[in-house]
Design a protein around this ligand. Sequence first.
Ligand code: ADP
Ligand code: MG
Length: 362
Amino acid sequence: MPGVTIRGLTKRYGDVAAVQGLELRVEPGELVALLGPSGCGKTTTLRLVAGFLKPEAGEIWVGERCLSSPAAVVPPERRRMAMIFQSYALWPHMTVDQNVAYGLRLARTPRGERDRRVAEMLKAVQLDGYGSRYPGELSGGQQQRVAVARALVVEPEILLLDEPLSNLDANLREEMRFEIRRLHELFAITTLYVTHDQAEAMVISDRVAVLQDGRVAQIGTAEELFERPRTRFVAEFIGKTNLIDGVADGTGTVARGRLRLRVASTDLTPGAPVAVSIRPHQIELAPRALPGAPAAPGATVLAGTVVRASYLGDGVDYQVRIEESDVVLRVAGPAPPRVRLGESVSVSVAPGACVPLPSERR
Ligand code: ADP
Ligand code: MG
């Protein structure tokens, strides 16, 4: 089974560069999510891979075959790829069986084999017994399963999905994430999965490529991106975070006014602008009146006041104003609440939880 290699891919619409020098490698059998805000070039990238668009620069390789370059584009029907869209795009006048069999019919697969493969595939997507229904007689989730079955039954080398779950309601969307992951583990087809939903990307994929302005800002496992974001954009896009802009003050400290944060890195250039990312759940809160647990070695301990406390059932979302600074930190604390609105608290953050990032402002 082949992987996909994208080198220096560029596509412009008039003055807009939808994709700008995009680099990406998808290993054979891997599922990579393309994650990013609306307009960052996800759909354009997928359509370039599918062969619907011609790039101005760069190349797309599948295994040893170059499928796209400014010189030549292999047409979609000769790419051995299948694509699944947000809108399912099922044929309303065809039954589930006929929808799923469509690609096999085009390929002139003999009737007996066709029926067998359609039945097997409907079983795999848990739609056994639905073959003679019409799409209009199915729920949104079932229609999505038909679209998945129709794509997989032709045994594509590469599977492309563009926001396939965004038309489903929230509960179903969550369930279908696990379903898509299960099917990926069953068939292990090299897959590019486009979404703007961070949690969806993290659940479904082996690795996530965060796209920004038509480029890959960072690629890694969900954990790598969450724990070690390399830019402000990635830190803010993957999970919630506190970003504190300051200046490196010595090699392991960042200063903002009178606030001093000890950070994980020791290779900061004194005087350089730095943004520090701190995840809300990595901040410890304790009432200032109590001695509290001893802070982690080297931790930064700050005095603050709780200015907001929202009870969320499985936790409490706090905002804490840090004394003698303009910083308000978001803190995720356990439920039931240990501190109250208006209470004076002590805040402690371990150096390992303070991730320094280049301070580029966008
Ligand atoms: P995404 O799927 O990440 O939301 P798209 O790839 O659809 O982003 O679009 C990327 C950029 O290219 C956007 O600025 C969008 O407006 C522009 N764009 C996309 N398709 C066209 C088109 N057919 N004509 C002109 N501009 C387009
Ligand atoms: Mg899109």
